[in-house]
Design a protein around this ligand. Structure first.
Ligand SMILES: Cc1cc2nc3c(=O)[nH]c(=O)nc-3n(C[C@H](O)[C@H](O)[C@H](O)COP(=O)(O)OP(=O)(O)OC[C@H]3O[C@@H](n4cnc5c(N)ncnc54)[C@H](O)[C@@H]3O)c2cc1C
Length: 100
């Protein structure tokens, strides 16, 4: 499910550095390999981009979106492997968060 409410968008509009502000179009928190695959497919079908976010600990806006949906990976407990075809694959790992 992609959330577009203000609270969800505000939570991913900044990274740890708080120097740059992103422009999230929505936020999804996939809980499984299947949900990650669904998000990638939906973004591709819509001709849009997907910004992957771990814990948002980047300093210079690397994890911030430019009018794209954010895939917040913090809900994934472990690594999962996507195999879109015989010659391609990607390793995706969920993020952990520092508390200060
Ligand atoms: C207090 C503190 C101390 C730090 N100390 C160190 C240090 O000692 N050494 C060091 O090297 N770094 C250090 N860092 C930097 C930090 O480790 C890196 O910025 C790291 O990448 C943050 O991981 P993240 O999951 O928060 O990524 P994010 O900030 O969420 O994302 C960083 C980049 O990785 C991409 N990304 C995130 N998750 C995924 C994924 N699952 N799949 C594909 N792409 C993804 C994002 O799109 C973005 O481009 C520190 C950061 C903090 C806040």
């Amino acid at each position: 499910m992609v959330r577009t409410d203000g609270d969800a968008l505000a939570g991913v509009a900044r990274d740890f550095g708080r120097i740059v502000r992103g422009e999230p179009a929505g936020v999804a928190r996939p809980r499984s390999e299947q949900e990650v695959a669904g998000l990638v497919r939906a973004a591709g079908a819509a001709g849009g981009r997907l910004t992957v976010r771990g814990a948002g600990h980047s300093f210079g806006g690397q994890s911030l979106p430019a009018r794209s949906v954010v895939a917040d990976m913090s809900g994934l407990a472990g690594a999962c492997r996507l195999r879109p075809g015989p010659a391609a694959g990607a390793m995706i790992k969920g993020g952990g968060r520092h508390t200060t």
